[in-house]
Design a binder for this molecule. Sequence first.
Ligand code: UDP
Ligand code: MG
Length: 341
Amino acid sequence: MSETLPVPLLSVIVPVKDEEDAIVPFVTRMTRVLDALRDPQGAPIGWEILFIDDGSTDRTMAAILVAHDADRRVGALSLSRNFGKEAALSAGLDHARGAVVVPIDVDMQDPPEVIGAMIDKWRDGYEVVYGVRRNRLTDSLPKRLTADLYYRAHNWLSMDKIPEHAGDFRLLDRKVVEVIKRMPERNRFMKGLFAWSGFRQTAVEYDRAERAVGTTKFNYWKLWQLAIDGITSASTAPLRVWSYVGAVIAVVALVYAVYIGVRTLIYGADVAGYPSLMVATLFLGGVQLLSLGILGEYVGRILVETKKRPIYIVRQRIGCTDPTLEKAGIGRPDPAAKDAD
Ligand code: UDP
Ligand code: MG
């Protein structure tokens, strides 16, 4: 890729769930950043902001419509219910039209100003530029520790290493987006999909801010589920480990059996040994239930995959247009744009 590649169109995709107060500040700040971006010839670049309303129950959609009326480069998909952030991101990737796509959270914990640096890296030939949090001081200590633990566990178990402390804020080349779009799985652990897809990847560092407005939509239970999704979709090691655990226990049992046999021959039988019997039974019972549970995790996921249901359902689409771009004939016109007017 050469130095002079322009950005024909940049799509910013933003999943939102109950963020009515965050829309306006986000659009204001993002517009300022995007309008300031220049291609190598010094011309402004075309852009669109695509919100994915992930089943909000407040006035998020109304706020987006107001923003859309003020600026047609702002559009939205409204999903029929809450499908979760990963599904919402998939919806965004499917509908974004840009040559580069930037997923970002609406709460501005990830500063939009970093997008300029990401585009510079993209012009250098990188297809994925992910943002890495320089520090996680805005996260609580337990969240930092569990996040750390998770990244270690994931990368230890899986062949597809995910970059540590990189969120979903990143720049994706169209090539990568097309690969992700072709991935049929229902379990959309995005960071895992990005890691699997390969390509030339690099990082830009930034400081993560406090959430600007509203509250986090992820509690520890949700994060735990996300972690399980991530690991089960990226690795089968938790399934395979039980063969080894079983083998080790069998060998130990065999040695112990020989020992008991010999001892009985020499010293005769005694009926003691209730505690050791109990310990062995309970231990094995525990190991079996655990391995069964892990098996269940995978079988459950197979069930979900075989149903082949859509990952998300779009209720309404508010198309975006960039008038200057479309006049210049750059970028596909958005088929939904007409419906919205
Ligand atoms: N989000 C979503 N669907 C959900 C939960 C969250 O689209 O079911 C969006 C949310 O509106 C926000 C982004 O995902 O734009 C990140 O959520 P949040 O800031 O609550 O996560 P955190 O930064 O605390 O991990
Ligand atoms: Mg956040």
